[in-house]
Ligand binder design. Structure first.
Ligand SMILES: *[C@@H]1O[C@H](CO)[C@@H](O)[C@H](O)[C@H]1NC(C)=O
Ligand SMILES: *[C@@H]1O[C@H](CO)[C@@H](O)[C@H](O)[C@H]1NC(C)=O
Ligand SMILES: *[C@@H]1O[C@H](CO)[C@@H](O)[C@H](O)[C@H]1NC(C)=O
Ligand SMILES: *[C@@H]1O[C@H](CO)[C@@H](O)[C@H](O)[C@H]1NC(C)=O
Ligand SMILES: *[C@@H]1O[C@H](CO)[C@@H](O)[C@H](O)[C@H]1NC(C)=O
Ligand SMILES: *[C@@H]1O[C@H](CO)[C@@H](O)[C@H](O)[C@H]1NC(C)=O
Ligand SMILES: *[C@@H]1O[C@H](CO)[C@@H](O)[C@H](O)[C@H]1NC(C)=O
Ligand SMILES: *[C@@H]1O[C@H](CO)[C@@H](O)[C@H](O)[C@H]1NC(C)=O
Length: 374
């Protein structure tokens, strides 16, 4: 019993050794004798022609190509061309084999990559109508009928700038992975006001180490509309004015949809200002234009307000001018008064003088007489 087991065990061992020896010999036999294929790998577009040449240094009894398309063989030859006018069989993706038979059969494998440019690249957003700021949405890029999916990258664009690359886990693949498939990739975006009127698109890129890179296929663009609450761009500050000055308060706000404006002074709505007016203008302020102005900006998304204090000072310059004018008038009146009075006096004086002059001639005569006497 034991002896038999030992014997059969020994036989088994001997058989295994022999098998190993045969395998090694066979392996050794082909070393350096395997045919050489040019090119060593093929990257072909689906539907395009393909060709490869198999060569051996030895005069082979038989040289051949094992392939699901274009399989062929030839006796007593050193080379054989595999030539297919149009690659239409996806099973070629497994590669093809060239064999050379002399005493033994030696083979070389030619890996084949069949690629297919997508039939269509379509971008959709699963949301009807405008987006709302700070809400999250999905953009879905559908790449139809593309291969090979392992060498496909979906690129996202916002305007013309590339966004983060989506990795394969985000892919949803429909179809036979060994052939062409339809790939859906999602991009999640949190809508921001900067996204309003921004356009998004995606592109399918196949990276196959071809001498010339395969141009990517860009999708349609989606122009986003984002609704957001108002933000006052550059609110006016508190102002201090003098009567008669021009008052301009600016409350222009950035908002979508366009906001309405309400202007209040001391909590009372200024009825005479249109609700579309982002600025308040008073050409010439009066004392009662002063107060706390409030601008309330609102749209469907929200409401903001800003307060501005307007102080109005009396225009003392006018008062001074008036006072000066009055003073001048008064002075003028006084002067005229004085002048008139003086003039009247002067007239009376002349009359007296004339009277006096008459008396004088008498005096002269008197003097003369006096002189003669002297
Ligand atoms: C391969 O086949 C095409 C037509 O199918 C032919 O024009 C071309 O010459 C062939 N090439 C070789 C190397 O045989
Ligand atoms: C994809 O790009 C290639 C090369 O630019 C072009 O020939 C082909 O028409 C494009 N296909 C689609 C669906 O845009
Ligand atoms: C690609 O796949 C679609 C559906 O999976 C199929 O209808 C179409 O014929 C395929 N195209 C090619 C070139 O194999
Ligand atoms: C992409 O988003 C849509 C809509 O939310 C969802 O139905 C789909 O499953 C998502 N696909 C992937 C690959 O996440
Ligand atoms: C396809 O992608 C794989 C993995 O990224 C890479 O190893 C392989 O070289 C690519 N195929 C071609 C033909 O470039
Ligand atoms: C109000 O301010 C905005 C933003 O700073 C500016 O574009 C606009 O011209 C201003 N309006 C007036 C009337 O000054
Ligand atoms: C304006 O009204 C608000 C409440 O609506 C109140 O708190 C505030 O005191 C009022 N201001 C004036 C100046 O009346
Ligand atoms: C609007 O009316 C108020 C009085 O109700 C007045 O003080 C203000 O100057 C007016 N503003 C404009 C821009 O006409």
């Amino acid at each position: 019993m034991m002896g038999y087991v030992t014997l059969s065990g020994g036989l088994l061992w001997a058989a295994q050794l022999l098998a190993l020896l045969v395998m090694t010999v066979a392996g050794n036999y082909c070393t350096g004798k395997n045919p050489v294929i040019d090119p060593p790998a093929l990257v072909v577009k689906f539907g395009s022609p393909a060709t490869a040449t198999c060569r051996t240094e030895y005069n082979a009894d038989l040289i051949g190509w094992e392939a699901t398309m274009g399989g062929t063989n030839k006796e007593n030859a050193q080379q054989l061309v595999w030539n297919v006018s149009s690659i239409t069989d996806w099973s070629l993706k497994g590669g093809i084999t060239c064999f050379v038979s002399t005493d033994e059969q030696c083979t070389t494998h030619l890996p084949v990559t069949i690629y297919k440019i997508p039939e269509n690249v379509d971008l959709v957003i699963h949301n009807a109508g405008p987006l709302v700021e700070e809400h999250t949405y999905w953009l879905e890029c559908e790449v139809q009928s593309v291969a090979p999916v392992n060498n496909l990258t979906v690129i996202w664009f916002r305007g013309d700038s590339k966004l983060e690359q989506s990795d394969f886990t985000q892919f949803n693949i429909v179809g036979d992975r060994d052939q062409n498939v339809t790939v859906r990739a999602n991009l999640s975006i949190t809508a921001s006001r900067e996204d309003n009127r921004a356009s998004y698109s995606c592109a399918a890129q196949l990276d196959l180490n071809t001498p010339e890179p395969i141009p990517n296929n860009r999708s349609n663009s989606i122009l986003l509309e984002v609704l957001y609450e108002p933000t006052i761009v550059s609110p006016s500050e508190d102002v201090s004015l003098t009567e008669g000055d021009r008052l301009e308060l600016n409350c222009t706000a950035d908002a979508n949809p366009s906001p309405t404006y309400e202007w209040r002074r001391d909590n009372k709505t200024l009825e005479n200002i249109s609700s579309s007016s982002s600025t308040l203008l008073i050409e010439s302020v009066e004392m009662d234009s002063a107060g706390v102005y409030e601008c309330i900006v609102s749209n469907t998304q929200g409401k903001v307000s800003v307060k501005m204090t307007v102080a109005v000072w009396r225009n003392y310059l006018t008062w001074i001018a008036i006072l000066v004018a009055i003073a001048i008038l008064v002075l003028l009146a006084v002067f005229i008064g004085i002048y008139c009075t003086y003039h009247k006096k002067n007239k009376t004086g002349a009359y007296i003088l004339a009277k006096f002059k008459g008396g004088n001639s008498q005096n002269e005569q008197v003097a003369h007489t006096n002189g003669n006497t002297a």
